[in-house]
Design a protein around this ligand. Structure first.
Ligand code: PLP
Length: 290
């Protein structure tokens, strides 16, 4: 692991954040999870745009321009030296006195971690994921806006924990209206009669970059795709269900709460989309070389 912190790249074990950083104390900050495919940082511009939007939403002035952040990511990626890798770019509120007030925090801290990718094990991907609907709901936008990819991930952590305790691979998280928001760190798609549907931000979904890529792929492949509310009934009635995310990529789902979905195995549409996504990530225009 290589880490850019406080102006230089160091080995992961040497990277340290002071205990007075409000990212640690209050989860006050933002992050992006980004992938490197074939020696290029996939859709870095979209990740930086989402980070910038999140920063505006939480009143945090980014301490670096987009160009500087791009350079930080590329410098760390180069130091890591692998053509396939995972990037975690964080911006914390920075150091300040104990107390939730962020205004005394003078300088937000940028940290960029580049490491090997850890994914769902191949055998789980091959058979499809088992999902459990968890009791914990996604907070609504007027509590904690799910569009802001903040360092507050306790909701996702507890959702994943509950899913694991119940023997599932991943959590299906509902919003307060009982509609599907997303999985713990991935978006949800259902496929029925050849058409795709995925919940939008108003239902509690993060505007995922993989989700966006899949919507673009659907348009290219001539598949109908809608952003709309979906419930558990839509999942049970679906021919196929899959998750999308930087870590998950395109991950087929085979069951929800013990009930098989479709044929109970990765179906033809998810396989087509996965193949198209595999091609997309290799397109030079999609990545930033370092
Ligand atoms: C809560 C949540 N939803 C969805 C996603 C998927 O977004 P992306 O495709 O941009 O990785 C993530 C990614 O980390 C996430 O944390």
């Amino acid at each position: 692991m290589k880490v850019w912190i406080d102006g230089s790249v160091v080995d992961g074990a040497a990277a340290r954040v002071p205990v007075t950083d409000h990212g640690l104390l209050y989860g006050d900050g933002l992050f992006e999870g980004i992938r490197i495919y074939g020696g290029r940082v996939f859709r870095l511009e979209l990740h930086l745009a989402r980070l910038a939007a999140g920063a505006r939403a939480i009143g945090l002035t980014l301490p670096a321009t987009a160009e500087q952040l791009r350079e930080i990511v590329c410098e760390t990626a180069l130091a890591f030296g692998q053509r396939e890798a995972y990037v975690r770019l964080l911006v914390t509120r920075g150091e300040g006195p104990l107390g939730v007030d962020p205004t005394p925090c003078r300088t937000p801290r940028v940290v960029c971690i580049v490491d090997a990718i850890s994914l769902y094990p191949p055998e789980i991907r091959a058979r499809g994921l088992d999902l459990a609907t968890v009791s914990l709901r996604r907070p609504p936008a007027d509590v904690l806006d799910p569009r802001v990819k903040s360092l507050n991930y306790l909701n996702s952590v507890l959702a994943r924990l509950e899913a694991k305790r119940r023997g599932a691979d991943e959590a299906l998280i509902l919003n307060l209206a009982g509609q599907i928001a997303e999985a713990s760190v991935a978006n949800v798609f259902v496929v029925r009669d050849g058409a795709l549907a995925t919940p939008s931000a108003s239902d509690g979904a993060l505007e995922g970059i993989t989700r966006r890529s899949v919507l673009e792929i659907a348009a290219r492949l001539g598949l109908r795709a809608a952003e709309r509310s979906i419930g558990r009934a839509d999942v049970f009635a679906a021919d196929e269900v899959f998750l999308t995310g930087t870590g998950a990529r395109i991950a087929a789902v085979r069951s929800l709460d013990g009930a098989a979905i479709g044929a109970g195995a990765p179906g033809p549409i998810v396989r087509r989309i996965d193949a198209a996504f595999t091609e997309l990530v290799q397109e030079p225009a999609m990545g930033t070389a370092f």
